[in-house]
Write a protein that binds this ligand. Structure first.
Ligand SMILES: C[S@@+](CC[C@H](N)C(=O)[O-])C[C@H]1O[C@@H](n2cnc3c(N)ncnc32)[C@H](O)[C@@H]1O
Length: 302
């Protein structure tokens, strides 16, 4: 771990190697709403996130000193895990310098910057300089990586033997609109259109990571699907969260759903009576799939 301490200071903007950007999807083009969506998601589902990091602690044990947050975004996982493991430090890995900048300033604001370092790289191509991690957390990030086998081999090499990989994936855009009627159908059509759109760029979105983890030499110790749901009265921020998601979704659905659906989506964000920011009948519903996988204790390969 000596080398990791050398980099313990923030080195946020130094690409790990000259090709660090070559294979990324998002680098440099992080849409404006996404950081706030990620932060709101973590705030709204804070109890679920705490329960999840608690279960990770049960599996990972007390002696977790070095954590990797892979595809960290704004640091939702970084901060939840720093709280769960009060003596650990986190290497936050992301291909987007904008995300890492936000993470670093949030860490500073919380007085946690001495426990966080950042690594700007394409995490699909390995984690340069990272070895002996006790825990790798990959939330809503693995599906971004080009080749699961290469990415998982890189994660395994970054973990110490016996170390734990926790993978969380969301099943798609959350449902916000009440009831099973027309609005539910609108959301279902939007989700299907988004699935089609993303399938072109991210073929591993929605993948079953269990067999991929096993094939990569991990032993999968837990696998579960959890409904993460909020119902009225919704916590503050839920309307804003729905607004940002619909705005983002609306922006990518031109030509992918019909004009009636586009108009219905517009009405959800146009400041009028149906605008999700002013409603008290919303829900927030999605399914998180979680895999807990271990690098075998006896796996001594580099
Ligand atoms: C949906 S966000 C999830 C962020 C965070 N893990 C969370 O759960 O809040 C996906 C993140 O993966 C990052 N990402 C996408 N492709 C990547 C790659 N090839 N290497 C590293 N990070 C990547 C994006 O920049 C983004 O921050």
């Amino acid at each position: 771990m000596a080398h990791a301490h050398q980099h313990h200071h923030e080195v946020p903007h130094a690409p790990a190697h000259p090709h660090a950007h070559a294979h990324t999807h998002d680098s440099g083009a992080t849409p404006n709403g996404l950081p706030e969506i990620l932060d709101l998601d973590a705030a709204l589902f804070a109890p679920q996130l705490t329960a999840l990091t608690g279960r990770i602690a049960c599996l990972a044990g007390d002696d977790v000193r070095h954590i990797v947050d892979l595809g960290s975004g704004t640091g939702t996982g970084t901060f939840a895990l720093l709280e769960q493991f009060p003596t650990a430090r986190v290497t936050a890995v992301d291909s987007s310098p904008e995300m890492l900048e936000r993470l670093v300033s949030a860490a500073r604001e919380r007085g946690l910057d001495d426990r966080v370092r950042t690594l700007e790289t394409d995490a699909g191509a390995g984690l340069p300089g990272v070895v002996d991690a006790d825990l790798v957390w990959a939330s809503a990030s693995l599906h971004h990586l080009d080749d699961p086998a290469t990415a998982l081999a890189g994660i395994r090499a970054a973990l110490r033997p016996g170390g734990l990989l926790a993978v969380a994936e969301v099943d798609g855009m959350p449902y916000f609109l009440p009831g099973d009627g027309e609005s539910g159908e609108l959301e279902a059509r939007c989700r299907a259109a988004l699935d089609g759109l993303h399938a072109e760029r991210m073929p591993h979105r929605g993948a079953d990571w269990g067999p991929l983890l096993t094939a990569a030499g991990f032993s999968v110790e837990q696998e579960r699907a959890e409904p993460w749901e909020l119902r009225a009265p919704l916590p503050e921020g839920a309307g804003r969260y729905a607004f940002l998601v619909f705005e983002r979704v609306r922006g990518s659905l031109d030509g992918r759903v019909d004009t009636d659906d586009l108009a219905a989506l517009d009405r959800l964000v146009d400041g009028g009576p149906e605008d999700v920011r002013h409603r008290d009948d919303l829900v927030v519903r999605s399914t998180r799939r979680i895999w807990m996988a271990r690098r075998a204790q006896g796996d001594m390969r580099a």
